[in-house]
Design a protein around this ligand. Structure first.
Ligand SMILES: NC(=O)c1ccc[n+]([C@@H]2O[C@H](COP(=O)([O-])OP(=O)(O)OC[C@H]3O[C@@H](n4cnc5c(N)ncnc54)[C@H](OP(=O)(O)O)[C@@H]3O)[C@@H](O)[C@H]2O)c1
Length: 249
């Protein structure tokens, strides 16, 4: 039997690399994003690798529309693996004190509301089938109060707790929930960040690790691994010290 995989944010960066990594005969890829031309390009690459690829271009900030599209897609081809990867970077501009409220709203809608709504839609359907895998793409920033991106960090922190709680809720129904926490990955999003990017990796290398760990049904996926060590070490430090360092960043 073939496998059906949904990837949001498939038109760029990590999502596009994941699509190519999963593309092979017998796999149906549902590639969702906003930019139809870039989605078509990625879908063409996936078809060349033997996959069936179906694209949909729309704005995830329409949460009700997103939920309706998920219900329809899952009804026509039951989704085995859903990767909620789409995200909006959130560095606050240097010429303002606070983040622009409308930008904060967009970051919250895309990074938190959409994946939470989407995961709940598929959780119900997958639990009824007794199988499925939901993957939420967070960020290592979920562990730090980043003054340069408060809303972004908060959306990813919320996603982390949501993933853990949903995973506990769905375990007895045969559905796995994983959280992917990337460090720095070379994509259009990270290229807009001026700060230094330790352990920067390519989207392809990042996708290869994610695919391997999803196959192993890992619930917590930190990539690259160095950030798992950094998080473990900084987690042992007094929070006041972490705050002091970040306040000078
Ligand atoms: N790159 C990193 O260093 C890094 C680090 C930590 C976490 N992450 C996370 O990894 C995920 C992928 O990021 P990336 O680096 O691959 O970024 P990217 O290259 O900028 O791609 C972001 C994707 O999200 C889609 N998207 C954004 N806003 C959307 C909206 N309103 N409606 C529908 N789709 C929307 C984009 O679609 P269009 O391009 O079609 O508009 C694009 O496909 C994000 O969740 C991000 O927070 C990335």
């Amino acid at each position: 039997m073939g496998k059906t995989i949904l990837i949001t944010g498939a038109s760029s960066g990590i999502g596009a690399a994941l699509a190519r990594s999963y593309a092979r005969a017998g796999v149906t890829l549902l590639l969702w994003g906003r930019d139809q031309a870039r989605l078509d390009e990625i879908a063409g690459q996936c078809r060349a690798l033997g996959a069936t690829a179906v694209t949909q271009a729309f704005d995830l900030r329409d949460a009700a529309g997103f939920a309706a599209k998920l219900v329809a897609a899952d009804a026509s081809t039951p989704i085995d693996l859903a990767i909620f990867n789409a995200g909006l970077g959130g560095s606050a501009p240097g010429d303002r004190i606070a983040e622009a409220p409308e930008r904060a709203q967009a970051v919250a809608d895309v990074n938190f509301t959409a994946p939470v709504v989407g995961a709940n839609v598929l959780a119900e359907a997958m639990a009824k089938r007794g199988a499925g895998h939901i993957v939420l793409v967070g960020s290592i920033s979920e562990s730090y109060p980043l003054p340069m991106a408060p809303t972004y960090a908060a959306t990813k922190a919320g996603l982390r707790l949501f993933a853990e709680a949903l995973g506990l809720r769905l375990a007895k129904h045969g559905v796995v929930v994983s959280l992917v926490s990337p460090g720095f990955v070379d994509t259009p999003m990270s290229r807009r960040v001026p700060e230094s990017k330790p352990f920067l990796m390519t989207a392809e290398a990042c996708a290869a690790v994610i695919v391997r760990k999803i196959a192993a049904k890992k619930r917590v996926i930190v990539v690259p691994w160095q950030f798992a060590v950094i998080r473990a070490v900084t987690g042992l430090l007094p929070r006041a010290l972490v705050r002091w360092v970040l306040s000078r960043a």
